[in-house]
Each structure stands twice: as C-alpha cells, then as structure tokens.
Design a binder for this molecule. Structure first.
Ligand code: CP
Ligand code: NVA
Length: 307
C-alpha cells in the first residue's frame, strides 16, 4: 500500500491488515505499551475544511507513534494563495514522511500523490471519507465479532460517507442498503465501484428507508448538509424529512442493532436524540476508533518496520 486515498485502491489483504493492526495498537495503547513505530518521522496535515476528530486523532496518533505532526491550515500555507499542487507536493516530499489532506476535490489528493514521493492519506474530500469508514468497520467488528454476513443500513444523503461505507461494506462482505431521496442518490460511479468489489454481499440503493432498516444490524446516518453545502441547508432540510433516523424507523432493525454516525451530528435533523443518545448508540467508541484505525494506516504507510 503506497497511499490511502480510497478503499477501492487497496487490496482485501491490506483492508484486513489495517483492521488487525488497529486492534493490536488499541490494545497496546490501553495497556500502556510503547509503540514508537514512527519515531523520527513527520506527518504534514493539510486542512482546507474544519475538523475536530480528524485533526485530533491524526495529531495524537502521530505523537503516540513517536512521530511529529504538523497542522497546516490551507489558509496559512501558500497552497491557499495559489501555489500549485505540483510545487507543494515536491517541496513537502523533501521534508516530510507523509501527508494527510482534507480538501474538496479528490483529484487534488491524487495529484498530490502523483507529484510527490511520500505517502498521501485522504482525510475527507467531497467524494470519499475512507479513514472514517475504516474506524467504522473496527467498531462493527468490536460489537459483533465479525463483519461478513451482517446487514448495514445507511439512511440519508448520498454523500462522501455513503460512498466510503459502501466500499468498506463491499470489502468486508456486509450487505449494504443505502436509502436516500431520489434527488440525493450517491454518485453512480462510486456505487459501481462498490458493486465490483462486493463478492459475497449485496450493495442496494433504494428510496425506501424502511427497506434499508428492516432487520439491519448497523444503522448509519450523516449530516444532510456537508461542509461546503451550507447554502443548500434550507432546501435539504425540507426534502429529507422522511429520512430522519428516529425511534419509529429504528424499531424495524434487529434486536442487537447498533447506531453509528461519523459526527458532527445535528440532533433533531438526521437523527433524533432518543436514537443517538440511546442504548444502541456507539458513536463515541466509533469516534475513538478514528485514532486506532489511522495509527494503523500511518504505520503501514510510513514505518520502516512494525511487525
Ligand atoms: N467524522 C469526522 O471526520 O469528524 P471531523 O470533521 O470533526 O474531523
Ligand atoms: N459528510 C460530512 C462528513 C463530516 C465528517 C461532510 O463532508 O461534511
């Protein structure tokens, strides 16, 4: 694995290895066992959008691995003033050991990887959020002790989260149902990629949230208004009413189902308080797993040795 930009770019073996290492690193951290696999290494963290979880988890993760994280707001570096990705990639490659980037265009992330010579990690674009989806798979595994054969229901906007979750479910052998309003379906190419990857499971798009929720083991939703779409808020809130994850919809799921949300959440919009703060919710365990899953990704990409 040279970069981590999309789950569709890695092998099933690499996908499984990330989860195995994430589990091991979590245990080591909880036991207080040092694991300085990135000692002497530096990670540049470029942010063109806001963040709480991603920034903190990468920064703390790098520290726990013995390395050094640098927060680079795109407002403060020359990239935000028009310096090219080509020049930025070449300059950063001379000083850093890896780059994490959160930005708008997925093409920019691929360009950074193409022009530079160090590993690049996608920390969210308009199209995908693969790091979050890996932490979600770790959380699901912790809960059920397996991934294959489960039923996953995503209800809400056909956005970056929906795409990466479809890819992850496909890799993991989880049946994935994505319920969105017709107007807010996923990008077709992203679903095609998930279907191509899905060997032992189904990837189903529907406009019927009940079809997705019936018997689901995992229920997932995300904000209706992603970063950069703030001007669409009023319209979207009106159009997503039937897609709110509430107690009534949740009652269709399997008895031991769990609720996940990448956060930040907007209670009373995409999910009601009784669900997100109720007994089935695992949102904070899920948020913590960002740390462990990303430490695994950084170690696999940047460590000289770790086995
Ligand atoms: N889930 C997630 O990526 O959160 P942040 O936007 O706070 O990083
Ligand atoms: N879909 C959301 C995810 C935030 C972590 C966004 O892009 O804003």
């Amino acid at each position: 694995m040279k970069h981590f930009i999309s789950i569709t770019d890695i092998t099933k073996q690499e996908f499984d290895d990330i989860l195995t290492l994430a589990h091991k690193l979590k245990k080591m951290q909880k036991a207080g066992t040092p694991h300085p696999y990135l000692s002497g290494k530096s990670l540049g963290m470029i942010f063109a959008k806001s963040s709480t979880r991603t920034r903190v988890s990468f920064e703390v993760g790098m520290y726990q691995l013995g390395g050094h994280p640098l927060f680079l707001s795109s407002n403060d570096i020359q990239l935000g003033r028009g310096e090219t990705i080509y020049d930025t990639a070449n300059v950063l490659s001379g000083m850093l050991d890896g780059i994490m980037i959160r930005t708008f265009s997925q093409d920019d992330v691929y360009d950074l990887a193409k022009y530079g010579s160090i590993p690049v990690i996608n920390a969210l674009t308009d199209l995908e959020h693969p790091c979050q989806a890996m932490a979600d798979m770790q959380t699901i595994y912790e809960e059920f002790g397996k991934l294959e054969g489960l039923k996953f229901a995503y209800v809400g906007d056909g956005n970056n989260m929906a795409h990466s979750l479809a890819h992850a479910c496909a890799m993991a052998g989880i049946d994935c149902y994505i319920a969105t309003p017709e107007k807010y379906k996923c990008v077709p190419d992203q679903i095609e990629k998930a279907k191509d990857l899905a060997k032992n499971c189904k990837i189903v798009e529907t406009v019927d949230p009940e079809e997705a929720m019936k018997g689901a083991d995992i229920v997932y939703t995300d904000t209706w208004v992603s970063m950069g779409q703030e001007s669409e808020k009023e319209t979207k809130v009106k159009e997503f009413g039937d897609y709110q994850v509430n107690k009534k919809l949740f009652s269709l799921t399997s008895e031991n189902s769990i609720f996940l949300h990448c956060l930040p959440a907007y209670r009373g919009f995409e999910v009601t308080e009784d669900v997100i703060d109720g007994p089935h919710s695992r949102i904070f365990q899920e948020a913590e797993n960002r740390l462990h899953a990303q430490k695994a990704i950084m170690t696999m990409l940047m460590a000289d040795s770790y086995k």
